[in-house]
Write a protein that binds this ligand. Structure first.
Ligand code: HEM
Length: 458
């Protein structure tokens, strides 16, 4: 069994992991290697770091490492009916296949989705244009914009920025991402939910779940009322409804609402926070920002918006987006995995039912792989001719069977938002602002709220 750091009685290593677990786990990798164990209370988890160990687990031994732990908090709100936390097996395979093919037929990876994203970028830049020359926190605007893309794939509808229902939903998603980690102790000792102080995050979690269910139910009902679902199944809700009408057993019971919550949760906080980290690095590295803008001016110019077919001609821009994703891995520990059978990893025995944390943060900050990993330097992704070079040590979307379902969509979003913003605006920090690069860890690592100033480019 893998070795690991000594822990406290009963609590194990939890006290050391209460804040910035990704940093502590990365530090322990230095002592214990690419496969080590930690004690989450009385329960063990195995931490996997480094490209070889990660690939061995998630790709070569995918059949053993692709499930999700049965977390108490997820069971209590029925969230194991969705896709993200559903255990590996037939139900997950059916739902994943349905989701991939429906997202494709709703336009993922094609011109249709590019058009949707382009329109959203236009709305976003118009809204940003009303805030120029003054300090402004664009968190809500950005999250609203990326959530709209999922919403329009789910129901064909986008929400106006500032729509109160949507803002509430965004706040819930953001808070749930943090609570997933702060309330984790309840997963380990469910009895603590009955205790006054420790039990509070549990109450909040259950309350947020109920409110999310209500919001999503309203959105689905409104869509179903406004439309004849026997029309072409060009939204996720329609495709789901149609499939179940044709064959009630075609999809797992009650999975639509949880699937929508998953897509919204997984697709909003990740892309929104990647863009926010990106902006924070751009305002603190004006030379990089200027270089991206120079490339955009040369390739795209001013008379038309950037399009996906420009991408091969924008290597520095693409390298910058990759560097944004590397330097602040927005899902630093992926989503927890779990073994389905007794197995081995790099020679260590790992029993069935062991929780497994995939340390993507350590992969992206590995000094053995990246020169000066704390430096924001897009050129590390370029070869001597200024062309993009790929590397197997860059896995922001993870890998294997549970690899991010929205990878293609997310890449298109990041590209379209970054290029649209920098074509039209230059960003800078307000006078005297002190940027903080530590972040707040939930499932995602998000930057603390910050203000910046958008200046319209001449
Ligand atoms: C920059 C944006 C994004 C990043 C960095 C990201 C990253 C990730 C990561 C690291 C995982 C966990 C993989 C694992 O457990 O090994 C994941 C899972 C997932 N992502 Fe994303 N993601 C992004 C955007 C999206 C979008 C836009 C969607 C929506 C379509 C999405 C849907 C999902 C789903 C459904 C899963 C769970 C897959 C499963 O368990 O089978 N993600 N993502």
């Amino acid at each position: 069994y893998p070795p690991g750091p000594p822990g406290w009685p009963v609590l194990g290593n939890l006290p050391s992991l209460a804040r910035n677990a990704h940093l502590q786990l990365t530090a322990w990798r230095g002592t214990y290697g690419d496969v080590f164990s930690v004690k989450m209370g009385l329960q063990d988890a195995v931490v996997v770091s480094g490209k070889d160990a990660i690939r061995e687990a998630l790709v070569r031994k995918a059949e053993h490492f692709s499930s999700r732990p049965d977390l108490f908090l997820m069971r209590r709100n029925n969230h194991r009916n969705g896709l993200v936390m559903r255990p590996y097996g037939d139900g997950w395979k059916i739902l994943r296949r349905f989701s991939v093919s429906t997202l494709r037929s709703c336009g993922m990876g094609t011109g249709t989705i590019e058009e949707k994203i382009r329109l959203e970028c236009q709305h976003f830049c118009t809204a940003l244009g009303e805030k120029v020359d003054q300090p402004f926190d664009l968190t809500h605007l950005l999250h609203n914009a990326v959530a709209n893309i999922i919403c329009s794939m789910a129901t064909g509808k986008r929400f106006e920025y500032g729509d109160p229902t949507f803002l509430r939903l965004m706040e819930i998603v953001e808070r749930a991402m943090v609570l997933f980690v702060t309330a984790h102790v309840i997963n380990i000792y469910p009895v603590l939910r009955f205790f006054p102080v420790v039990g509070r995050p549990y109450q909040e979690w259950m309350d947020l779940s109920a409110r999310t269910h209500d919001c999503i139910r309203d959105i689905v009902t409104q869509h179903q009322k406004s439309k004849n679902v026997s029309d072409a199944a060009n939204t996720i809700v329609d495709a789901f409804t149609k499939s179940v009408e044709l064959d009630p057993d075609s999809l797992p019971d009650q999975s639509l609402m949880y699937l929508l919550i998953d897509l919204l949760g997984a697709g909003t906080d990740t892309a929104g926070n990647t863009l926010r980290w990106g902006l924070l690095y751009l305002v603190t590295h004006p030379d990089v920002q200027a270089k991206v803008q120079a490339e955009l001016d040369q390739v795209v110019g001013w008379d038309r918006p950037p399009v996906v077919s420009d991408k091969p001609n924008l290597p520095y821009t693409e390298a910058t987006i990759m560097e944004m994703q590397r330097i602040r891995t927005v899902v630093p520990l992926a989503v927890p995995h779990c073994t389905t059978s007794d197995t081995t990893l790099l020679g260590y025995n790992i029993p069935a039912g062991t929780d497994v944390l995939i340390n993507l943060w350590s992969l992206h900050m590995d000094p053995g792989r990246w020169d000066n990993p704390d430096k924001f330097d897009p050129s590390r992704f370029l070869d001597g001719n200024g062309q993009l070079q790929t590397t197997d040590s860059f896995l922001p979307f993870s890998t294997g069977r549970r690899v991010c379902l929205g990878e293609q969509l997310a890449k298109m979003e990041l590209y379209m938002f970054v290029t649209s913003m920098l074509q039209q605006f230059t960003f800078k920090l307000p006078e005297g602002a002190q940027p903080n690069f530590d972040g707040i860890l939930g499932v995602t690592l998000r930057p603390e709220n910050f203000e910046l100033i958008a200046l319209r480019r001449a």
